[in-house]
Design a protein around this ligand. Structure first.
Ligand code: PAF
Length: 283
């Protein structure tokens, strides 16, 4: 595995690989890697000739500066893990390398960015689009892999690719969970053992809600999920929205769309956890 910090070195590696006819797969990450990331890397490796992973804690997507400071950073362990799953290139640039000057680009994702994470974290998806578009320009991947846990992020990336006429194929990979049901997240590292146990109530409520949809309306189902989670004293739901999986707009009946997803954010102490459940999936 090659570790690269400079854009020019990355580009020269990629140019050589492409000249040799290799298909390039890419997994962008912010490090603090867990089994969910490794699953993306394994899929990338299996479906491409070269697997590139970036590790970059992107400052422009943090609307809360404290969150940026507290974001876990474990570069040595990350590299060992990536090596163990056959990653070919890990790109770990410094902030000054990625942003030699302030990125002033403003993306417009319309309604996609005005709900849920976009509403709660103004500017977050603009920062995501800034860094992912830069990374796509540098890596020029054929295919890029994103975890479905950040459901709205994948919709935003698809829209960005559409707007930029980017040729990158976006693959959305299902959530990886602990045996307990807790969705894997780098933020789980900040949970105490007790909080980790408490947080299991999130996925439990989401899974249980799948059984409600034949008998209960969208709003009743949403209420039941929020009640079950907020019953746990350590948990506080920030939002739970049942939305169309493409437009991210709330649905009011189960017949309104063929693709319906419940997206949730819950505070467990200071840690903000996100999760989702697909109620109806596209065939
Ligand atoms: O999902 C993440 O880890 C980040 O938002 C991403 C896509 C790597 C951009 O910084």
């Amino acid at each position: 595995m090659k570790t690269i910090n400079k854009i020019a070195d990355l580009q020269s590696e990629i140019t050589q690989a492409k000249a040799a006819g290799k298909k390039v797969g890419f997994v962008p990450t912010m490090g603090a890697l867990h089994a969910g990331h490794l699953h993306l890397v394994e899929q990338c490796k299996a479906e491409n000739d070269i697997c590139v992973v970036s590790i970059f804690v992107n400052p422009t997507q943090f609307n809360n500066p404290e969150d940026l400071v507290k974001y876990p950073r474990t570069p040595e362990t990350d590299c060992e893990l990536l090596q163990s799953v056959g990653c070919d290139i890990v790109f770990m640039p410094e902030v000054a390398e990625m942003y030699p000057e302030t990125d002033t680009r403003v993306f417009d994702f319309g309604v996609l960015d005005r709900v849920m994470e976009g509403k709660m974290r103004p500017g977050h998806f603009n920062g995501v689009a800034q860094v992912v578009s830069k990374l796509f320009d540098m890596v020029t991947p054929d295919v890029a892999y994103f975890g479905e846990k950040d459901f709205q992020q994948v919709a935003i990336i698809r829209e960005m690719v559409r707007q930029l006429n980017s040729p990158v194929q976006i693959i959305q990979v299902p959530i990886v969970r602990e045996e307990s049901g807790l969705a894997l997240s780098s933020r789980n590292m900040r949970l105490t053992p007790q909080q980790k146990e408490d947080a299991v109530a999130i996925s439990r409520a989401l899974f249980a809600s799948r059984d409600l949809i034949d008998e209960q309306s969208v709003s009743e189902t949403a209420k039941a999920v929020v009640m079950a989670i907020n019953e746990v004293p350590a948990l506080e739901t920030e939002y739970f929205e049942i939305v169309d999986g493409d437009t991210m707009q709330p649905v009011s009946s189960w017949d309104e769309s063929e693709y319906i997803v419940g997206c949730i954010t819950v505070y467990c102490g200071e840690v903000r956890l996100i999760d989702n459940i697909i109620y109806k999936n596209k065939q």
